[in-house]
Write a protein that binds this ligand. Structure first.
Ligand code: GLU
Length: 513
């Protein structure tokens, strides 16, 4: 809308946990709003009570909160504004009475009509069409002429039916054979012939609005300027655009975001994929006590919100530069709808982990140390001294994608090797090995147990005995750490200290004969 403050909304239906595709939609809306100094609203579209799931709304609010996507208005913004804002309520089930008068204006101007066909009658018509070879029967500008509605019945019949309380729905009257054209910020011009859109129900027989009506009316009332949503809503857009025109309202801008695809590119990454593909599809763990349904989330899998959000941002958008690692603030300043792609975005869990690794490296040291110490205590009961922990963190964090990796990769700091990898022993350990490590043990005992002195001492030994690193290094590492992989063994020795190092060497000498 021209010259008005940018206002966008995320409008999920509380039908279960919020899929990461939904979080991405919320994120793009949020980035767009913040970039333009506008408002991001959270509205709950819960008019379809048959699909309502207890706990889903709270999950949505918590998930967005974890990601740092905080609504300026609506559900979840009650701490900022009374009732969440001036357009409250923001739950459609609490807005029931709002929609009727709008539908009435459409009926009055003959752009919508009452349809009295019972569900039974409708399924009979569908069946007959099917038998006649038309499986796609639609209530539309052609078929409505032979149905039971206020366009075919006399005024008195309609009044009579209403008087006796015969149930009816209100349908939109689609024009016959007209091009409905609108501009999509992602897809460019979209044009659909009205013959391909049926006379959708706007108001159900229980007086509740359908998604289409409530969505359009609420977007208008809440002064939404840009409708940014998933591609699955593209087929609904022609109807929505037409409703704006019917109401004589200025249309908002539309942007339909690309689908999230499975890693093999085969189809949409759906809620039902749950944990089946080996990674979570939800931001947070989900436990539904009513159905006993559970699914894992990124947060509990050890992801940082910043890493998760960065990864999501790149599923369908890129900044047009080589930069990949972004904070939320950087995303806000770089985000542009023009850079959102039309093509489906293939999800890649390895890449998701890579993003997390980048954010782990960017963590303030103080925070990372705290997380490391907490997890260490929780998982193994160890409570090391702070300076010592700092050194071990520095030593192991480079390869870690998650804090839990630092712990699993560094178990030998806390425990003597229980066993040695047979394959490594076969390859690296030979009849000379015992002499090497026995000598080293004694040389090390004459120097300071700091990584620097230990390394110097080791190098001197190599050159004075004309040995290569490859002959001795892996053997020492195997004896001390039980593996040939890992960071500087001298640093490891400094951290575990002389007593442990010597005990481990002695034990290896006994066990690796
Ligand atoms: N309630 C719809 C959903 O669940 C909203 C679609 C839209 O943004 O218009 O996604």
């Amino acid at each position: 809308m021209k010259n008005s403050r940018v206002r966008v909304r995320f409008a999920p239906s509380p039908t279960g946990p919020l899929h990461m595709g939904g979080v991405r939609t919320a994120l793009y809306n949020y980035l767009f709003a913040k970039k333009h100094g506008g408002d991001f609203l959270l509205r709950i579209e819960d008019t379809d009570r048959s699909r309502f799931v207890q706990g889903a709304e709270k999950y949505i609010v918590d998930a967005l909160g974890w990601c740092g996507i905080s609504p300026d208005e609506g559900i979840g913004a009650e701490d900022k504004l009374t009732n969440g804002g001036k357009h409250h309520p923001y739950r459609q089930s609490e807005r029931k009475d709002i929609y009727g008068p709008y539908v009435q204006t459409l009926i009055d101007s003959e752009l919508a009509y009452l349809a009295f066909d019972t569900p039974n009658e409708l399924s009979m018509v569908r069946e007959r069409a099917m038998e006649a070879g038309n499986p796609n029967w639609q209530y539309n500008s052609i078929t409505r002429t032979s149905m039971k509605n206020s366009l075919t019945l006399s005024k008195t019949d309609v009044e009579e039916k209403k008087k006796v309380g015969e149930p009816y729905v209100v349908r939109v009257k689609m024009p016959r054979n007209e091009e409905i054209k609108f501009h999509d910020e992602v897809r460019g011009w979209v044009s659909v012939n009205s013959m391909n859109v049926d006379d959708k129900v706007l108001l159900k027989s229980d007086g509740l609005p359908t998604y289409h009506l409530a969505n359009v009316v609420d977007d208008r009332l809440m002064e939404i300027t840009h409708v940014i949503r998933g591609e699955e809503w593209l087929p609904s857009a022609p109807l929505h655009v037409l409703l704006y025109d019917y109401f004589n309202w200025e249309r908002p801008s539309f942007a339909h975001l690309p689908l999230l695809l499975r890693p093999d590119g085969n189809g949409k990454l759906s809620k039902r994929d749950g944990d089946k593909l080996g990674f979570p599809v939800f931001p947070l763990n989900w436990n539904n006590s009513e159905t006993n349904e559970t699914a894992s989330g990124y947060k509990e899998a050890g992801f940082y919100a910043a890493g998760f959000v960065n990864m999501l941002a790149f599923l369908g958008w890129n900044p047009g530069t080589n930069q990949e690692v972004f904070s939320l603030d950087e995303l806000i300043s770089s985000f542009r709808l023009e850079k959102v792609s039309k093509a489906g975005a293939r999800f890649d869990f390895d890449k998701a982990r890579w993003f997390n690794q980048q954010h782990l490296r960017l963590r303030p040291k103080k925070d990372l140390l705290k997380e490391y110490l907490e997890l260490l205590k929780k998982t193994s009961g160890h409570v090391p001294e702070k300076n010592w922990a700092k050194k071990s963190l520095d030593l192991f964090m480079d390869r870690a994608e998650f804090v839990k990796d630092i712990i699993s990769e560094s178990t030998y700091l806390f425990e003597d090797p229980k066993s040695y990898d047979n394959k490594v022993v076969e390859k690296k350990w030979n009849s000379d090995s015992p002499v090497f490590i026995k000598t080293l043990k004694s040389l090390f005992s004459q120097t300071n147990y700091t990584s620097e002195s230990l390394e110097n001492c080791f190098k001197k030994y190599l050159s004075s005995s004309s040995l290569s690193f490859g002959q001795v290094g892996p053997v020492l590492r195997l004896a001390v750490a039980g593996t040939t992989q890992g960071p500087s063994i001298f640093m490891v020795m400094e951290l575990i200290g002389q007593e442990s190092t010597e005990r481990r060497i002695d034990s290896a000498l006994m066990r690796l004969q």
